[in-house]
Ligand binder design. Structure first.
Ligand code: PLP
Length: 385
């Protein structure tokens, strides 16, 4: 039997040990930890909807109508009218023929990739794609060829060398906050006759005037990006995920996506509540405006302080690069002493020597809270840069 204690001790010594903090109460920008109030800058609740009382009320109403569990997988007896209605709303929101709900984004990526490609196929993908896209590719048995991050020239070289069946990219990169070069990838996919899959977990709700994400930002229609993956647990403040595309794609997933077929359907009440979240995310565009102001305020302040934030991100994800895992951990602990919550992100989530604080912003943040973060960073972290 392997010695787990020794392996854990080694992980600890390398500054790579992972621990959870327990949040009491709702997950807002202010959270309660061990009886104290902390200011959080590491959630994906970009629009500040996760604890919105109107969505909570919709969930209450949903549980009154549907109870708690769906009781079965979608293909057995778990598919509820509330799921169907949400799929129709998501298809309309993303301007696609159909959408299919998955329990999580991780499962959506696993399901869609393994349903479409297999042994003998090649997938061309960005080197910094989310773990679920990497794991889906591995599980599929297809060859995975990864190009230098966000580099369309490198993507083109791999595409012409390997004639992939699928090109896959995050729309907004989860740990760096930068945008994938989607117009170039779309042109490449079309030339190569490959599917293009865009996982817009961090773009939907955030980018574009209507919150329709990376595709709205770039002005790309469904024809250019045939497979769109979205998550419901980030900007929408709810839970779950979906794949949107044409009828043939969605029907194929229903037949073949194992992470769709062999799992219990999302609680119908969650699907019901997500309709309210989707409605608010579209209608309350002030949330995107305010969020942008918060990001700009932070970026301007960070630039003045000379913080190592990289300059490519225009999204609410701003990485503060530490390099070494222990340094990132020390920075996170320094912020924690001032009751500011920013988790250190370390390998294998990010490549070696790129450990960081992944600072994220929300429409629920206020200007004085951004200033407070900057003040603490100025006192503490900058001395260690
Ligand atoms: C780009 C990306 N795709 C997929 C996921 C997985 O989504 P979920 O949390 O719904 O499993 C995440 C993050 O969790 C992500 O950052």
């Amino acid at each position: 039997m392997r010695d787990l204690d020794a392996a854990l001790a080694k992980q600890h010594a390398a500054g790579l040990y992972r621990q959870r903090r327990i949040i009491d109460g709702a997950h807002r920008t202010r959270v309660e930890i061990d009886g104290a109030s902390w200011l959080s800058f590491c959630s994906n609740d970009y629009l500040g909807l996760a604890a919105d009382p109107r969505i909570a009320e919709a969930l209450r109403e949903g549980t009154k109508r549907y109870g708690v569990g769906s009781g079965a997988a979608h293909l057995i007896s778990g598919h509820n009218r509330a799921h169907q209605a949400l799929e129709e709303s998501l298809a309309a929101f993303t301007k696609r023929q159909r959408a299919l709900l998955f329990s999580t984004g991780y499962m959506a990526n696993l399901g869609v990739i393994t349903a479409l490609v297999g042994r003998g196929d090649t997938i061309v993908a960005d080197r910094l794609n989310h773990a679920s896209l990497v794991d889906g590719a591995r599980l599929s048995g297809a060859r995975l060829r990864r190009y230098a991050h966000a580099d369309p020239v490198a993507a083109e070289a791999l595409t012409s060398a390997h004639s992939p069946a699928l090109i896959a990219s995050d729309g907004v990169f989860s740990m760096d906050g930068d945008l994938a070069p989607l117009p170039e990838l779309a042109a490449l996919a079309r030339q190569a006759g490959a599917w293009l899959l865009v996982d817009d977990a961090h773009g939907l709700g955030v980018l574009g005037k209507m919150g329709q994400g990376s595709l709205e930002h770039w002005g790309l229609n469904a024809g250019k990006v045939p497979i769109l993956v979205g998550t419901l647990g980030k900007a929408l403040g709810s839970f779950g995920a979906f794949v949107a595309g044409d009828v043939a794609l969605i029907e194929t997933l229903i037949q073949r996506a194992r992470s769709y077929i062999y799992t219990t359907a999302l609680p119908p009440a969650v699907a019901y509540a997500t309709q309210t979240a989707l409605h608010l995310a579209q209608k309350e565009s002030w949330r995107r405006d305010h969020l942008n102001q918060m990001v700009q305020r932070f970026r301007a302040g960070a630039a003045q302080l000379g913080l190592p934030i990289g300059d490519q991100s225009s999204t609410p994800i701003v990485p503060l690069l530490a390099g070494d895992a222990r340094t990132a951990l020390a920075w996170s602990e320094q912020l924690a002493r001032q009751r500011i919550l920013v988790t250190a992100i370390r390998p294998p989530t990010v490549p070696e020597n790129t450990s960081r604080l992944r600072i994220t912003f929300s429409a629920a943040h206020q200007p004085h809270e951004i200033d407070q973060l900057l003040e603490v960073l100025a006192q503490g972290v900058t001395n260690h840069c």
